[in-house]
Design a protein around this ligand. Structure first.
Ligand code: DX5
Ligand code: ZN
Length: 220
């Protein structure tokens, strides 16, 4: 299991501090939520923000593009130092080309599915992907309740990936915390994004350790 804290829930006046906490807490990735105010009703981090964080950390930057027409912004985020980029299936018109561009730039290519988008749509293109990001809330905001029906999508994907001996990772995003992270991992999720469950707590480093312990089913 990899832990990917979402800095959307951090103190937005101190993103470098948030990334330093991710390092201290042993996080595997830093999840970076890009929202354009159109695809989702919220506006967050532009390309210069990613470039600035790239200069502050060597941690892998996991960029989640919640934007219309992702091709328009893709090169900017890749050049700014994204290690992984996921585009929404609902927003990508030329998905095959978009994924190829991400891989050509040396980054890992992912597709994100909204909760209501069927996962079976990806069956034919799993070979073109490095990871699938399953939304377990409707994208746009942190702190929303987990949608349990999305676990079935992770189970289906895990079965297909195993049957076809693929190396595609399954990432889940939204509402993951102490009460839900274990179920996600049991359903086959490899990468757990957590925003408010990390940065909404008084001690984010302790929260990361606790989430990892719960996710791995360890008892105290
Ligand atoms: C929601 C974002 C998430 C969000 C997760 O649109 O994609 O990454 O930051 O926050 P929590 O973990 O609080 O649901
Ligand atoms: Zn996200």
């Amino acid at each position: 299991m990899k832990l990917a804290p979402s800095i959307l829930s951090a103190d937005l006046a101190d993103l470098a501090g948030a990334v330093a906490l991710c390092e201290e807490g042993g996080a595997d990735l830093v999840h970076f939520d890009v929202m354009d105010g159109h695809f989702v009703p919220n506006l967050t981090f532009g390309i210069p923000v990613l470039a600035a964080l790239r200069r502050r950390t060597r941690m892998p930057l996991d960029v989640h593009l919640m934007v219309e027409d992702p091709d328009r912004l893709l090169d900017g985020y890749l050049e700014a130092g994204a290690d992984r980029v996921a585009v929404h299936w609902e927003a990508a018109v030329h998905l095959d080309r978009t994924l190829a561009r991400i891989r050509q730039a040396g980054a890992a290519a992912g597709v994100v599915l909204n909760p209501a988008t069927p996962v079976e749509l990806l069956d034919g293109i799993l070979e073109c992907l490095d990871f699938v990001l399953l939304m377990s809330v409707n994208p746009g905001f942190s702190g929303q309740p987990f949608l349990p029906y999305t676990l079935e999508k992770a189970r289906w994907l895990r079965r297909r990936i195993t049957e076809r001996r693929l190396a595609v990772e399954i990432e889940m995003d939204g509402g993951l915390g102490p009460a839900t992270i274990r179920q996600a991992v049991a359903a086959g999720v490899d990468v757990c994004v957590a925003g408010s469950a990390v940065f909404g707590t008084p001690d984010p480093v302790a929260a990361m350790n606790e989430l990892r312990r719960i996710a791995l089913g360890e008892t105290v």
